[in-house]
Design a protein around this ligand. Sequence first.
Ligand code: ZN
Length: 192
Amino acid sequence: MSLLDIHVLGSPILRQETERVETITPELRRLVDDMFDTMEAAKGIGLAAPQIGRRERLAVIHADDTRLVVFNPELILKEGNVRGEEGCLSIPEVFADVTRFARIIVRAQDIDGAVYEVEAANLLGRCLQHEIDHLFGKLFTDRLSLLKKRAAMREWEEEKIYYPKLLRVLPVGDLPPERASSPRGAVPGDAS
Ligand code: ZN
């Protein structure tokens, strides 16, 4: 396993739109494994490809007991609104309330390229919307009011001095012990 460095706010790749994935190569499958490991080591619930410096339209999610690999995700239904607190592995220590759709259906492809749909609300729904935003160069702070955004950016000004290269390098000691030495399992691609 390897932990990937996480790009933090200010790294240009976080602002680039990703490209659709047409073929899920063995290299991309290994990347998905590394993304899960990185997300878990960072104690996150989602991680999108731009956050680890990649251009693929791909994210991994583990929220509300659901583990998902989403290639080329699209929001095909969005209903209602709900506010809730969000943070981002690319903007450490900054949190703010963000309004999201209360219920969504996402269509995506799993690790085998099979198309599936997942209906989501609560934390999973919020996480999916946050990760899909990443795939289009958008961060949760973009969705804040001007005032709240300024407050968030002030917090980030203090925090970002810890990331002079705009990279967050995870210490290996942060690996969950049960996964640190175990061989890689298959990554489930469905929502069950
Ligand atoms: Zn994020």
